[in-house]
Design a protein around this ligand. Structure first.
Ligand code: NAP
Length: 284
């Protein structure tokens, strides 16, 4: 299978490249293919004629996006639109990655969002990512949109930050009132690989690791597996913002995404604790 991966230097792209190395992979970074440039996208995809396009390119700086709407919109909405138009012209299937931030995060904590729940993004990042989803749906029928969350892999991420802090401090404070599912980028890459093999129906799917936790319990698990003795203190989001004196985009309290739809298609996904252990064994 000929597969084009955009945003090839990003964190998820590293895992996808590795996982799909049994296919003919063409990787493009922003210099080789700027997804915001419609003519370039259409020309390049016509030249390459991939069967699949996996869009790993995105504007992912959630806080900076609040001040950079235009750039975030171009990369997260116009980019996917261009890829969808080019996919439709050539018959390629478009795989796009979206986010829990398309939801408002105010759903009752006893529930997890399903794919069709109403969207209410409260950040610029979330709004531009939702707009990207809409552009894809409006411009091609042959697409997969995978909403993921709390991603960690080969790049700067929460796990690596906590390992650094845990090894240099005696105590750290971590937010304990935001819920979601940590997701190992290697597992998301594996889900993509399974979907390509199984050819499940096109559409939107939630694709995080299984199980739910908080950033606080996630950190405790990181330290437990990595054998780090640093104490972890639970704090609320409000306390954290005051304590650190940070200005940040609003974070969703409930980022729980239900995986029932993709599990029903026979796709296998590991529990987040198991995946974290696998990651720490590899990268520690
Ligand atoms: N990280 C998370 O926790 C998280 C959570 C939920 C969803 N997601 C989604 O998962 C996907 C992958 O995230 P990630 O963490 O792997 O992202 P990432 O590491 O920030 O990588 C994004 C890549 O896109 C490239 N890029 C930016 N503008 C581009 C353009 N115009 N054309 C082509 N490439 C461009 C970037 O290149 P430069 O570095 O050169 O700018 C970067 O290599 C994204 O769609 C993101 O929204 C991530």
């Amino acid at each position: 299978m000929k597969i084009l991966i955009t945003g090839a230097n990003g964190m998820l792209a590293q895992s996808v490249k590795n996982r799909l190395s049994n296919h003919e992979i063409i990787c493009t970074d922003v210099k080789e293919l700027d997804i915001t440039n419609e003519n370039q996208v259409i020309q390049k995809i016509a030249e390459i004629e991939p069967q699949y396009i996996i869009n790993c390119a995105a504007y992912t700086a959630v806080d900076k996006a609040e001040e950079n709407y235009d750039l975030a919109y171009k990369i997260n909405s116009i980019g996917p639109k261009n890829l969808a138009i080019a996919s439709k012209k050539t018959g390629a299937i478009l795989i796009h990655i979206s986010t829990d931030y398309v939801f408002g995060g105010d759903l009752g904590l006893d529930k997890a969002y399903i794919e069709t729940d109403s969207k209410n993004p409260v950040t610029v990042y979330g709004k531009t990512k939702l707009s990207g989803e809409t552009e894809i749906i409006n411009n091609t029928d042959r697409y997969y949109i995978f909403r993921t969350a709390w991603l960690y892999g080969d790049g700067n991420n929460f796990v690596r930050t906590m390992l650094k802090l845990g090894n240099s401090k005696d105590e750290i404070s971590v937010v304990s009132d935001q819920y979601g599912s940590p997701t190992n980028a290697d597992d998301l890459a594996d889900i993509i690989s399974q979907v390509i093999e199984k050819k499940i129906p096109f559409g939107i799917y939630h694709t995080t690791n299984l199980g739910f936790t908080t950033w606080y319990d996630f950190t405790k698990k990181i330290f437990e597996i990595a054998n780090i003795s640093c104490k972890v203190k639970p704090v609320t989001t409000d306390e954290y913002i005051k304590m650190m004196n940070v200005v940040q985009a609003k974070r969703p309290f409930n980022s729980k995404l239900s995986k029932d739809k993709i599990l029903k298609e026979g796709i296998e996904i590991p529990m987040w604790e198991e995946s974290l252990k696998k990651y720490l064994d590899l990268y520690k």
